[in-house]
Write a protein that binds this ligand. Structure first.
Ligand SMILES: C[S@@+](CC[C@H](N)C(=O)[O-])C[C@H]1O[C@@H](n2cnc3c(N)ncnc32)[C@H](O)[C@@H]1O
Length: 250
């Protein structure tokens, strides 16, 4: 375990060692690229991934049977998810977005709602190949990218987007303290005035360490504002799910 206050050094090998330890909660890190970049911003991102207080996930969504079971149950457990998807699709359409990126898009249910509303050039990023396979089946026309959004290089080569959306995925950062960094990275690939829509859960009272894992809507407003977005607004809540929209400042 790393000592409190430990800082990553600039040495690539040291960073590699530290970042592989960041997965000590048992999650393998296929494709995670570490150890070759030494720019200050990337170093800061590496440092942010080094922490002992991550909240481990009880399930590995990269296993085919887990991805399939999650997909089969998600809307049954939370029927209001469909309403949230319809609202997000409407926002994206009203914004006039033509290029849309989804982070942690999983089986492509939100992609389906957005693409059905209007034709868009859609990129869905996820670190689970079985999830991407489900998404491709549901949305043959979209681009699916196998990538880990804990990798500081996740935005590389994706292009520029008019809108970035994410639903029930930000808590997969495994600690809410990483949310602002994710939004800063997203800001860099948003066009001027671009739209971001974040939907996730208020911390469930019943879960251990839920307040470390899940940001409240108010906390999300702070992270988005801190990452340089304006017009941050909770546009709806569905059960415990909040939907927040904001605009890129550039
Ligand atoms: C709870 S599911 C939500 C899926 C989808 N957004 C939905 O609401 O239907 C979370 C998704 O995030 C993906 N995910 C988890 N950790 C990730 C990471 N570090 N990088 C990229 N995707 C990740 C999972 O594979 C899964 O598809």
């Amino acid at each position: 375990m790393l000592a409190a206050g430990h800082k990553a050094t600039a040495h690539p090998r040291a960073l590699q060692t530290i970042c592989s330890r960041a997965d000590a909660f048992g999650r393998p890190a296929p494709g995670r690229r570490v150890g070759t970049r030494t720019e200050p911003a990337r170093e800061a991102a590496y440092t942010a991934c080094v922490n002992d207080d991550d909240v481990p996930s009880g399930i590995d969504l990269r296993l085919p049977h887990v991805a399939h079971a999650w997909t089969a149950e998600a809307d049954v457990k939370r029927p209001y998810r469909a309403d949230a998807r319809a609202l997000i699709a409407e926002r994206v359409a009203v914004h006039g977005a033509r290029r849309v990126l989804e982070l942690g898009g999983g089986p492509g249910l939100l992609a389906e709602a957005i693409v059905a509303r209007q034709p868009v050039d859609y990129t869905l990023l996820d670190f689970s190949e079985p999830m991407l396979a489900l998404s491709r089946q549901r949305n043959p026309g979209i681009t699916c990218v196998l990538r880990d959004f804990l990798d500081p290089a996740w935005p590389d080569g994706l292009g520029t987007f008019d809108a970035i959306v994410t639903m029930q995925a930000v808590h997969e950062l495994r600690h809410k303290r990483r949310a602002q960094l994710l939004y800063t990275q997203a800001h860099a690939v948003l066009a001027a005035g671009g739209l971001v829509v974040v939907a996730d859960h208020e911390p469930p009272e019943t879960r251990v360490r839920a307040r470390d894992l899940h940001a409240t809507a108010d906390e999300q407003h702070g992270y988005l504002g801190g990452a340089g977005y304006r017009d941050v607004e909770t546009i709806a809540t569905f059960g415990t799910l909040y939907v927040i929209a904001a605009r890129a400042t550039r």
